[in-house]
Write a protein that binds this ligand. Sequence first.
Ligand code: DON
Length: 427
Amino acid sequence: MRPIIPDYLAEALGDVEPDASGEPAAYIPELAAADPERLAAAFATVDGRVYGAGDVDVPFTIQSISKPFVYALALADRGFDPVLARVGVEPSGEAFNEISLESGSGRPLNPMINAGAITVHSLVGPERCAPADRVERVIRGLSAFAGRQLTVDRQVYASEMATAHRNLAIAHMLRSHDMLTEDARTVVEGYTEQCSVLVTTRDLALMAATLANRGVNPLSGETVVSETVVRQVLSVMFSCGMYDAAGDWATQVGIPAKSGVAGGLIGTLPGRIGIATFSPRLDRHGNSVRGVSLFERFSSDMGLHVMDVPSAGQAVVRSNHVLGSGTDALRVLELQGGIDFAGAERVVRAALETAPPEARVAVDLTRVHAIDDVARRMVLEVARRLTLDGQEVYLVDPETMLPDPDPGEGGRVTVVRTVEEAAPTPS
Ligand code: DON
């Protein structure tokens, strides 16, 4: 059978290919010389399947796409407070290389603009980490996100350092405000090595999928950073990842994303997929022209906008019925799907507000495939309150969705594998 998703990706690439607007980054001579016709797109699922079309295995430098991942490493290495004390989380609405710091404190506005990213680079690894060790930690960390060993393109590094006047100016300003506590040039050198790490579109899709998969690389299974770190990183990508185009992007595409001046672009759909595209011509914001078009198309074709309203929690209570009659009658609340707060609220309503008159109640989790922490606690609280009201509660849980269920003081549940085990025997 013809592969559906690669065919779709190839068709999308074909549609954007004629657009030759924009220019490759000119301020880094090595990037200006890149082949502007390169074009690729890849999707990586949270269980590690990668679909691609076009030049998915052609290497290019990661550039600013390194910023969210290195921010994740700094948060993991130093903790939130020390990092937030040096770098804010407010969108700047300015270009990526604007020489701007928060007035008074001198703190960069966010980790996606260069001022923030240079500071973040200096916060990776333990305090007083030697610069070379820090770069090693950065490359090791980026490699863990990609699931393979990455290397630095020395030519691009040398080319960018030769013209890094603006980043050096930013770093000196940061140093003057004590946001950097080390030699400004050494930090810019480390940051530029970070930007010069070579990746392919396939790597980037897997890196984005690692964020989508709560920080666990879908191929290696390695936990690269914690879920809390991932949430922070994705939030900042959503509000600041596309610089002064962030608002347009958030409304039109609605996918947490990050671009790089070599032409890469990534997007992460939490819990779903990582997306990456590659095309070197950039718009005036420094974002890939054809990459932006591809993301617009992916978002609308596949309903990927994170603000699209999910299906209602109502569907969580699949059925609410009674088996048997008289004193033996069993009220069955059959649940289904993934249950979060909104879904659990429906269970609370079905079980408590309409107060089933039967003396025995079964909460059937047979068709539930996921239940988050708050929903787990709410379902157990439902069980506790039913017990306190004198009802006998059964949890039908063949897949152990609620291991060791403890409904708390005064509550009691009997776990069974099938509704039949709790159902009254027909007389
Ligand atoms: O700091 C710089 O100028 C580059 N090495 C990275 C900039 C970048 O990729 C901006 N993103 N679109």
